[in-house]
Design a protein around this ligand. Structure first.
Ligand SMILES: C[S@@+](CC[C@H](N)C(=O)[O-])C[C@H]1O[C@@H](n2cnc3c(N)ncnc32)[C@H](O)[C@@H]1O
Length: 298
């Protein structure tokens, strides 16, 4: 949370109670006052994020298998958005980004493929909020035509681009969200999943304001007795589109799993017998849409 007061006492012999107001020192992409940087103890700046439980207050609930924990949005929005900024979430699901955007005085546009999910999530917001604060679009985020619909909503909200992009795609086919052919969780192959992911990321890139940030939340998977690194493969596609990687954060997945507790022993046995390790992490990767000079690698 930002500090309540940006005045500092000066200890001075002539006037020990003099209050000096330091000017705010902020970056163009957040409201963090760098003149008071020590007061932002809640903001995580490391590459290991551990949360002991899932936030279930302030409109949030674990009502959708596959939704991310709200604390991720809290951290990201504080670090990479300003008040009133528009967050674009191209895999909106149960609307975690929208709820937290509203809680933090940000705005949000969410795109979700499943109509029933869009109807369900719309009930979490008032009719006025659905115009002013959180715009929800039913559609395919991989289709280039979705950009026109998003641009229409951006225009209604008084902007021509989004100020932050969130991508929390299905982790390939780990959870099957629907049997629609456009659904990234329903691809015939992992290669096809990467192709669709890149199309979504391209739409996001085009709609993101220059120099602003994007976050990719994703985990890896096992298939046919081998480790498939979905995270780094998707990162590669983001870089190919022009995004610059700023951070790769590893986060514990406590609070994400529904039934693992009951089957923990079974998984442990399978791990011991199969020579693999049980997933305890996922990634939050941070990117910037910026023109950095290409690094030469000899
Ligand atoms: C991992 S979930 C996102 C959950 C969300 N972050 C939340 O907290 O509720 C992925 C979502 O992407 C949706 N999806 C899959 N393919 C899509 C596509 N082509 N366009 C839009 N949404 C898609 C799925 O229906 C699912 O709801």
């Amino acid at each position: 949370m930002p500090p309540k007061d940006n005045t500092k006492k000066i200890n001075n012999k002539s006037n020990s109670n003099l209050q000096v107001v330091k000017p705010l020192k902020t970056k163009p992409y957040n409201d963090i006052d760098l003149n008071n940087w020590k007061l932002y103890e809640n903001i995580k700046t490391g590459t290991w994020w551990e949360f002991s439980s899932r936030e279930k207050k302030n409109g949030h609930s674990y009502d959708y298998h596959g939704n991310y924990i709200p604390q991720i949005a809290t951290q990201l929005f504080e670090r990479y958005t300003k008040k009133n900024d528009i967050v674009l979430d191209l895999f909106f699901g149960s609307g975690t980004s929208g709820i937290e955007a509203k809680n933090m005085n940000r705005r949000c546009i969410g795109v979700e493929l499943k109509k029933e999910m869009v109807d369900y999530v719309s009930n979490k917001f008032s009719p006025k909020e659905l115009v002013v604060d959180v715009n929800i679009i039913q559609g395919d985020s991989a289709n280039p035509k979705i950009k026109d619909k998003i641009l229409d909503r951006l225009q209604i909200m008084g902007s021509s681009s989004a100020q932050f992009l969130i991508l929390h795609p299905p982790y390939d086919d780990i959870i099957k969200f629907s049997d629609k052919k456009e659904d990234l969780s329903n691809c015939a192959t992992t290669e096809e999943f990467y192709e669709l992911f890149k199309k979504v990321a391209k739409n996001g890139y085009d709609l993101l304001e220059q120099n602003r940030f994007a976050a990719l939340i994703i985990g890896d998977k096992y298939a046919n007795s081998r480790y498939i690194c979905l995270g780094f493969e998707c990162q590669k596609r983001m870089e190919e589109l022009g995004f610059v990687t700023k951070a790769v954060i590893v986060k514990n997945i406590t609070g994400n799993e529904k039934a693992k507790g009951k089957t923990a022993n079974l998984w442990r046995y399978r791990a011991l017998a199969g020579g693999f390790n049980i997933f305890e992490h996922e990634y939050i990767m941070i990117f910037q849409k910026t023109k950095l000079k290409k690094v030469k690698i000899n």
